[in-house]
Design a protein around this ligand. Structure first.
Ligand SMILES: [Zn+2]
Length: 1004
């Protein structure tokens, strides 16, 4: 199709829009396409004034048509889209769209949901009035094409012939990227009123859907900060520390877990409209990057998706380049592998998702910009690169986005049937998947081990639009399961009745398959842009089985009409004891807070009671010593938390300790709140209360122990200096401060930075982190019995500054382990931190930190003769990776005293015999030893999903360590147990430490 149409388009282009003509037109405030409708002269003059160079505009966006009845953005707001120093709040964007809809039959608006902070999400449709008059019929057509099980090919063809593709534009998911909300207002106006052949064709052949701004909470904060900047010329402005309520840039990494409102709403919008294209508008690199990516591409997508990406991208590049616009390019920038981006509501559902990165100024200033050389080199994919130095305005950004979008809309409106028939074909091929490429189905067996987590995973697939069934009767299947910690390599398995079945003969089979399947990312491929593995079975600690045998599709099963949910039970309401098995489900963390004040114990050993087996950590709740309402409260909790509670007549004879709801603080910095936002979301989901405090509170609170029992310090992703200093407060040589306070406060000028109760947080001056005072307070807190949970690279704080002993962080040389799922062994299952876990667990790890222990040396590293033999790669020699070298010509003894210990754990606890003999006092008593709770698996088993090279540097190293410090503990996590709401299987590695904070020495 593309080949037959292009020559015609090019001819038109040469005749009408030759670059020289376009540039002349841009300098002349006459309409670019003379002879058509009148332009709004004032608006057009301002467009041209604010465009820094005519080459950064086109004939498509260098003017605005006039309308007697429909208000322009300028008429409504007092300024044009892309005016210098002007950004528009969400509520004003919405007011404008309301006005458009009120004045034009070509525009409709809907409020479609609410953000975490209560702002509306809006959806807009722009098209011909005849299309909008039959919008429900058009929606029904795409809904039917989306599910080929509901139509015959002949009927589908009729729908393709009479339907219209939906092309969905989505503005500013990323809050500092401020151009698209302004641009979309103007584009909507232009689409509604302009009367050129191009715009008429777009209106006739398409319905353009618009999400004016997606991160509505963050956008208003960005506008606040920009207004603060305008009102305070010359003053420093804080970074946009908070975007949405929980996360910043990662709001575009929620495509897998659908945890944020903006993700949920986009999924809902998609399933309502079934658009053929979703176009997400971003700003970063110059001047306009249109997405295709370098590859490796996501391996679960229909190849037709990839073709459509390329078609649209190259049409835009060709047309923009022909108009003389420099720096429009594709291919580079990102890979196209992970499905965690928002636009997977389209890519993962037989539609296509694409994005722009245009050049933004992070506000609405006009500035001189030096473009990084990496983005200005001439490459095969960038034959016309951006210029290295440029004067740039927000209007340039608006021009670039709007021009290219009109070209994308032009292309789609030239091929409406192609987009609809491809959509239908992709949907058909997704339904055929069970019989063609397979598998036939994915199964989450009803094994009773972690029913709430299993149901939650099934419910997530439902939220992703997938159908989930429940097996009516037990069957036996031959799986073709990749080995995972849960399913091993079973040859044939029984699936109990009640197992969740995700059939692959359904329209959204590909999304389910890509979330449950195993990823392999070759390290020789381009450096990954983001996570390389995300397999949800191991991350959720739930068994999943890939079944290729199509016989499973014939088994009796029932479609779940409601979200999957595990059901709690309480047997025996008048019992003397209530027992709850520890199974590492997060709901176990909720219970002690819901029963606050009740007498509740954790068993320190596994036990059997009245015919049932209980793991270590199981809850024992005696009736005696608790209020009469206990059984009522437990009944309620069983229902709400899907807990299985057993009444018992006899007291199990097992050692136990009380579980009391501790006082928790969660620390954030003012440097970056991104990663800790996922921790807040996890705690909020578990309904675990906590104080949310900045690192400045550590500085300002000498007696932390008085206020808190447990402090969580989620990964900041900053170096040691930034962890201590935060946003630096700098002192000049004369002793005076450089610069003034940096406030992050709700004020009249910045009303959206915090809620009226100060949420998420505020500070009159965000400079200065915990400082050395905070560090001293923290050390005192731990030594006095507090528990400090320290995640990821934050470990440099306690480890490198010597709050902990016997632990070091190793620099790796060859390890490539970016954002993947690895196998770990839960090594010390007597530790409370391991309560409820099996022997193995899939964990998320991203490159650092790699820990090392040494008992013989205070800080775990360095130290001459006190070091244990190196754990690095073996030398070149005979045998395999794990075989010993054998020196020739002398007697070989397998366990010779000078041979490195074979067992890595032995090696780690190695204490140089010479030290033990010569200086026994150098060896601390066992009660002080760091306790490895979870350890990465041996190298050949390590990679579950994602990428791995240099795995010997990570293999067998500690993943979770409990380090006693004085009366308290530091618990160090190399893994990220609360990552993007994907890792529910690891949540209890955090919450067990929290709940058992005052008994972490149990089981030693
Ligand atoms: Zn972005």
């Amino acid at each position: 199709m593309i080949r037959t149409c292009l020559p015609l388009v090019c001819l038109l282009l040469l005749g009408r829009f030759a670059p020289a003509t376009a540039q002349r037109a841009a300098q002349n405030p006459a309409p670019a396409q003379s002879g058509v409708a009148a332009v709004d002269a004032d608006y057009t003059a301002q467009i041209r004034e604010y465009t820094t160079d005519p080459q950064f505009s086109t004939d498509l966006a260098d003017h605005l048509p006039a309308s007697a009845s429909v208000p322009t953005p300028q008429k409504f707001l007092g300024y044009i889209a892309g005016a210098p120093n002007k950004l528009t709040y969400t509520k004003d964007l919405y007011r404008y769209y309301d006005a458009l809809a009120a004045s034009s039959p070509r525009v409709k608006v809907w409020r479609v949901g609410k953000s975490e902070e209560g702002r509306d999400f809006m959806m807009i449709a722009v098209s011909d009035d005849t299309n909008l008059a039959r919008i429900d019929q058009l929606k029904e057509a795409t809904a039917k094409l989306a599910d080929p099980r509901t139509v015959t090919d002949a009927e589908a063809q009729r729908l393709i012939d009479t339907g219209k593709p939906f092309y969905w534009l989505s503005g500013s998911i990323h809050s500092p990227e401020t151009g698209s909300p302004e641009m979309l207002m103007e584009l909507a106006y232009r689409l509604a009123v302009e009367d050129t052949p191009l715009i008429r064709k777009i209106r006739q052949n398409l319905v353009v859907l618009i999400t004016p701004v997606l991160e509505v909470d963050g956008h208003d904060r960005a506008v606040d900060l920009y207004n603060y900047h305008v009102a305070n010329p010359g003053k420093a402005v804080p970074n946009l520390v908070y975007w949405g309520r929980y996360v910043a840039h990662d709001n575009n990494r929620d495509g897998i877990a659908q945890a944020l409102q903006l993700s949920k709403i986009q999924m809902k919008n998609f399933l309502e409209w079934h658009p053929q294209v979703l176009h997400d508008l971003h700003e970063s690199v110059p001047f306009l990057y249109t997405s295709t990516g370098t590859g490796p591409y996501n391996a679960w997508l229909d190849p037709l998706v990839v073709s459509e990406w390329q078609k649209l991208a190259y049409y835009e590049i060709e047309q923009m380049t022909a108009r003389g616009v420099p720096g429009v390019w594709t291919h580079g920038y990102y890979d196209g592998w992970a499905p965690n981006y928002m636009f997977y509501v389209a890519n993962g559902h037989n539609s296509i998702g694409r994005f722009y990165e245009t050049f933004g100024n992070g506000g609405a200033d006009t500035r001189n910009r030096t473009v990084t050389s990496a983005a200005t080199t001439r490459e095969w994919f960038r034959p016309n690169p951006p210029e290295p130095k440029v004067r740039w305005s927000i209007r340039n950004n608006v021009n670039m986005q709007e021009s290219a979008l009109l070209l994308a809309l032009e292309y789609t409106s030239d091929h409406p049937r192609d987009f609809l028939s491809n959509f239908y074909l992709k949907s058909k091929r997704a339904v055929a998947k069970a019989a063609t490429e397979g598998p036939a189905a994915w199964v989450i067996p009803n094994d009773g081990k972690r029913p709430a987590l299993a149901a939650q995973l099934a419910a997530l697939l439902q939220e992703e639009g997938c159908e989930v069934q429940r097996l009516d009767r037990e069957i036996e299947v031959k799986p073709a399961a990749p080995p995972t910690p849960a399913n091993g390599e079973a040859a044939s398995v029984k699936l109990p009745a009640g197992s969740y079945i995700v059939r692959m003969d359904q329209p959204y089979s590909r999304m389910a398959d890509m979330l449950l399947d195993t990823q392999y990312y070759n390290v020789n491929d381009p450096r990954p842009y983001d996570d390389t593995g995300w397999t949800l079975g191991p991350l959720r600690n739930v068994q999943t089985i890939r079944v290729t045998d199509p016989a499973i599709l014939k088994a009796a099963m029932t479609l779940l009409k409601e979200p999957a949910r595990a059901h709690g039970t309480l047997d025996g309401t008048a019992a003397k004891f209530y027992l709850i098995n520890a199974n590492a489900e997060p709901s176990l963390a909720t219970l002690p807070f819901q029963l606050r004040g009740a007498s509740l114990f954790a068993a320190e050993q596994p036990f059997d009671n009245e015919g049932r087996h209980y793991n270590a950590g199981s809850y024992i709740i005696p009736a005696a010593g608790n209020a009469a309402s206990l059984s009522q409260n437990l009944t309620r909790a069983a229902g709400a938390l899907a807990l299985r509670i057993s009444g018992a007549a006899s007291d199990p004879a097992v050692a136990r300790h009380p579980i009391t709801a501790p006082r928790i603080a969660l620390i954030h910095t003012w440097v970056n709140t991104q990663n800790e936002g996922w921790y807040r979301l996890a705690l909020d989901e578990m309904k675990v209360p906590y104080s949310y405090i900045s690192d400045q509170s550590l500085r300002d609170t000498p007696n932390l122990r008085e206020k808190y029992d447990v402090i969580l310090y989620p990964p900041v992703g900053a170096n040691l200096a930034a962890l201590i200093n935060g946003v630096p407060k700098r002192i000049q040589p004369d002793g005076s401060e450089f610069g003034g306070p940096l406030p992050w406060m709700k004020t009249v000028l910045t009303p959206n930075l915090a809620s009226s109760d100060g949420q998420p947080d505020q500070s009159p001056d965000i400079r200065g982190g915990m400082g050395f005072e905070g560090l001293a307070h923290l050390k005192k807190f731990i030594e006095e019995g507090g528990v400090f949970l320290c995640f990821g690279s934050n470990a440099v704080l306690p480890v490198d500054l010597g709050i902990t002993s016997n632990v070091s962080i190793v620099d790796t040389r060859t390890l490539q382990a970016r954002g993947s799922v690895y196998l770990s062994n839960v090594e010390d299952r007597t530790s409370p931190i391991a309560y409820g876990y099996d022997e193995q667990l899939g964990v998320y790890f991203n490159q650092t930190p790699v820990f090392r222990l040494s008992l013989a040396n205070g800080n775990g590293g360095g130290g001459g003769g006190l070091q244990p033999p190196a754990a690095g790669p073996r030398g070149t020699g005979r045998g395999t990776l794990s075989d010993p070298d054998i020196v020739q010509g002398r007697l070989y003894q397998a366990n010779a005293p000078d041979a490195p210990p074979v067992n890595p754990r032995e090696r780690e606890l190695y204490i140089d015999p010479e030290v033990r003999e010569g200086n026994p006092a150098a060896i601390p008593p066992r009660s002080m030893w760091p306790r490895v709770i979870v350890r990465f698996a041996e190298e050949r088993k390590l990679l579950l999903s994602g990428e791995l090279a240099g795995g010997q540097e990570l293999a067998n190293t500690p993943a979770v360590i409990d380090v006693p410090v004085g009366k308290g503990h530091v618990v160090l996590y190399a893994i990220n147990p609360m990552w993007r709401q994907e890792t529910h299987g690891s949540f209890m590695l955090v919450m067990n430490a929290v709940l058992n904070w005052d008994h972490l020495q149990a089981g030693r």
